[in-house]
Design a protein around this ligand. Structure first.
Ligand SMILES: [Zn+2]
Length: 339
């Protein structure tokens, strides 16, 4: 066993056999923003063998205050977060194999992303996708660790399908749009990211090394500014739960794919084609070159048009910055990328 893990192996609940288990594990990280970047770094340093990192976004300067894996160079390059994370982890631990996937997680791909992983960590920023993860993990009986952080407040819970309450047992209905604070409206400070991600990763290490008796078995809510720590003990799954009680996976079976999404904290909208496709970025750059200076790299194309900034990815998704109005963003997309 590699000497780099000696201090972790000395920690008795991990030991040599736990370290071995970590190196043979594959963990899916959904989202590589503030929470996801913290998950990725801690799990790579701990010696988890394989990380599958899925994120739809690229690095911006406003991320650097709290997203620890990324650098000014990544923001300047507008590297996709999954790619920037992979590059940085290669410098931190070359033994961890990172599969970087630049994509939007939705009902068409979520089961494939999850099914060969040992564990799923939530590093997302919205309930729509968490309910989707919950449906897929309950259906496939995969353990997942919910985590959320905004302002100075955060929450986390570990979900063992059919053994502990699932997300919908606890939060039956999705909060209605505009009702919950977001990083956009309330801001966020880094210590809450560090706190929530530390609890999530501790739970992940317990699960991957087989220390199930040490799991916290609760919904933990923390406010690092108000000095408030709450631990609500979880009972049994709710027999009337639409998801784990009745087997109604409505977020997986959604007929219409979410075509657009307002991005948290960004004054930006993502537009995604109904079916993932491949787009030839150099060809598109050629078509658009009369509109202004185009930045093109292997993963994306970027162009300022009027008051908007258009970023197009290889899977034909686009992020339109400068508006939080979906119909405005759709028309920009239709005009310059095609419908
Ligand atoms: Zn449930």
């Amino acid at each position: 066993m590699n000497e780099r893990y000696s201090r972790q192996i000395l920690f008795q609940p991990v030991g040599k056999s736990g370290q071995e288990k970590l190196s043979n594990s594959r963990v899916l990280l959904v989202g590589c923003g503030a929470l996801g970047a913290a998950h990725a770094e801690m799990l790579a340093r701990a010696g988890v063998g394989k990380l599958r990192i899925v994120d739809r976004d690229f690095v911006e300067y406003t991320n650097l205050q709290r997203q620890t894996l990324f650098s000014e160079a990544d923001a300047k390059e507008r590297l996709p977060k999954a790619i920037a994370a992979k590059n940085r982890i290669a410098q931190i631990n070359s033994e961890t194999r990172v599969e970087a996937i630049v994509a939007d997680v939705n009902h068409s791909n979520v089961e494939n992303l999850i099914k060969d992983c040992d564990l799923v960590l939530d590093g997302t920023d919205n309930f729509q996708i968490r309910y989707l993860i919950n449906d897929a993990c309950v259906k496939l009986e995969k353990t997942w660790i919910y985590g959320a952080a905004v302002s100075s407040y955060g929450a986390t819970m570990t979900i063992f399908p059919y053994k502990t309450p699932c997300l919908r047992c606890i939060f039956e209905e999705m909060p209605s749009a505009g009702s919950a604070p977001t990083c956009d409206t309330a801001g966020v400070i880094m210590p809450i990211i560090a706190s929530v991600s530390a609890i999530q990763v501790s739970e992940a290490l317990k699960i991957l090394t087989g220390n199930f008796d040490r799991l916290h078995k609760s919904l933990i809510q923390i406010d690092v500014w108000q000095n408030d720590w709450r631990k609500i003990k979880l009972g049994k799954p709710n027999a009337d739960c639409e998801c784990c009680g009745k087997g109604n996976f409505e977020f997986l079976e959604a007929e219409s794919i979410e075509f657009s999404a307002v991005l948290c904290g960004r004054n930006a909208v993502q537009i995604a084609p109904p079916k993932p496709t491949r787009i030839n970025l150099p060809n598109l750059a050629e078509k658009l070159k009369s509109y202004g200076e185009i930045k093109l790299n292997e993963y994306l194309l970027r162009l300022n048009i009027d008051e908007y900034e258009l970023t197009v990815f290889r899977d034909a998704r686009a992020i339109i910055q400068g508006t939080d109005d979906v119909s405005t963003a759709r028309s920009v997309y239709a005009k310059y990328v095609g419908s």
